[in-house]
Design a protein around this ligand. Structure first.
Ligand SMILES: NC(=O)c1ccc[n+]([C@@H]2O[C@H](COP(=O)([O-])OP(=O)(O)OC[C@H]3O[C@@H](n4cnc5c(N)ncnc54)[C@H](O)[C@@H]3O)[C@@H](O)[C@H]2O)c1
Length: 355
């Protein structure tokens, strides 16, 4: 029997609550098939930072490297500057394990009312591929004259030919594999960012020669943001830099109903290192501890993890179970207009597995 060893980092805020439901569903589905999950939990979080002065211990990356996958909730706390939580945990994991793809589906499911008028189920059905290890998140720069009136912050974006090409190639392969609209949109801003994003555009032009079967277009990020609202059905696969992908997927999440439905995976497609599975949403301090966070994003992220680990049928079962709850519309958290708690939704997903 296959046993998938998963490192679990609940993190902060609602991450703690939704990961519980994610693990519950994964455990339940594994019992219906011939495999198992071993979950080892690590308390790395903002609380850990308050006690130890660091988000995770110095050997954390070594520890994580021994796992098949990492299942993460969210990190972020109102008392701690976000760049500390991000640079102390998330970004080192993504970079060290060369998780150069962030894959984020945005699908309008049956039973969900989009804030955009006149949209039917699956009118919105796209996947955003975000370059995940360089670009605007490269953490290169510095301060001068800190705390003086002349204070300066310099932030450098890194765009390498290799980094751009491999993300773009993954997006082309995905468009082909999906075989839906066979279309790829590249998101750029090379009119104003005349160096890094020119390297991006050149990479897109080069790689697209290898995919004559995939239609392409290149949009400036401002136009892409507009079209995510104005005509989201025109997108199939979208590929963008680290920052653009991050921003566009929040738009993608909200036009498909809720941040509480948006799943995400940080992938090392070559499988040299563990990939990390965390939903799009953050720690949501505004609703933490109330038991009302929607666990579906974390649960669907768990389905992405199961699929990555080769458990395709289990992944499909989880997705069908979530979809049937959405369609029935009775057991939902408040973000989707319901009154059910996080735990009740998690239990309901477990109950409808395999039905
Ligand atoms: N991957 C991550 O760990 C990650 C991602 C984004 C933000 N953050 C961090 O999270 C903290 C809060 O950030 P934010 O408020 O900008 O974004 P957020 O995603 O935490 O919340 C945005 C809004 O969406 C709602 N929301 C999010 N997830 C939900 C869910 N599962 N169910 C119901 N409602 C949900 C929240 O209540 C809030 O109103 C910050 O510290 C930020 O840095 C972390």
């Amino acid at each position: 029997m296959d046993n998938h060893r998963v490192a679990v980092i609940r993190g902060d805020g609602i991450g703690i609550e939704v990961v519980e439901e994610g693990m519950k569903v994964l455990k339940a589905v594994s019992k219906q098939y011939d495999f198992d999950f071993t979950f080892d939990e690590f308390p790395w979080s903002s609380d850990y930072y308050k006690d130890h002065g660091e988000m995770m211990p110095s050997d954390a990356l070594d520890t994580l490297s021994g796992y098949d996958a990492i299942f993460l909730g969210a990190v972020g706390h109102p008392d701690i500057q976000d760049h500390i939580t991000l640079n102390g945990l998330l970004l080192p994991i993504r970079r060290t394990f060369d998780q150069y793809i962030c894959e984020r589906p945005n699908i309008l499911y049956p039973g969900i009312t989009s804030p955009l008028s006149g949209k039917s189920p699956f009118d919105i059905d796209m996947v955003v591929i975000r370059e995940n290890t360089e670009g605007e998140y490269a953490n290169v720069g510095g301060f001068q004259y800190s705390d003086f009136p002349e204070e300066i912050g310099i932030q450098t974006g890194i765009f390498t030919r290799k980094g751009c090409e491999r993300a773009i190639r993954y997006a082309f392969e995905l468009a082909r594999r999906r075989n839906k609209k066979n279309h790829l949109t590249s998101v750029t801003k090379s009119n104003a960012q005349g160096y890094g994003l020119v390297v991006w555009d050149r990479a897109f032009d080069r790689v697209r020669q290898d995919y004559p079967d995939i239609q392409t277009r290149s949009l400036l990020v401002d136009a892409a943001s507009m079209d995510f609202i104005r005509k989201p059905e025109s997108f199939d696969v979208v590929v963008g830099s680290n920052l653009f992908g991050d921003i566009l997927t929040d738009i993608g999440a909200i036009i498909t109903g809720s941040m509480g439905l948006a799943s995400s995976a940080n992938l090392d497609p070559e499988r040299r290192y563990p990939s990390m599975f965390e939903p799009v949403h953050g720690s949501a301090p505004d609703i933490m501890g109330q038991g009302i966070a929607n666990p579906m994003a974390q649960i669907l992220t768990g389905a992405m993890m199961a699929r990555h680990l080769g458990e395709n049928s289990a992944a499909e079962d989880i997705e069908s179970s979530v979809l049937s709850l959405l369609e029935e519309g009775e057991i939902l958290t408040p973000d989707l207009g319901g009154t059910s708690s996080t735990q009740v939704v998690g239990d309901a997903v477990v109950r409808s597995l395999g039905h």
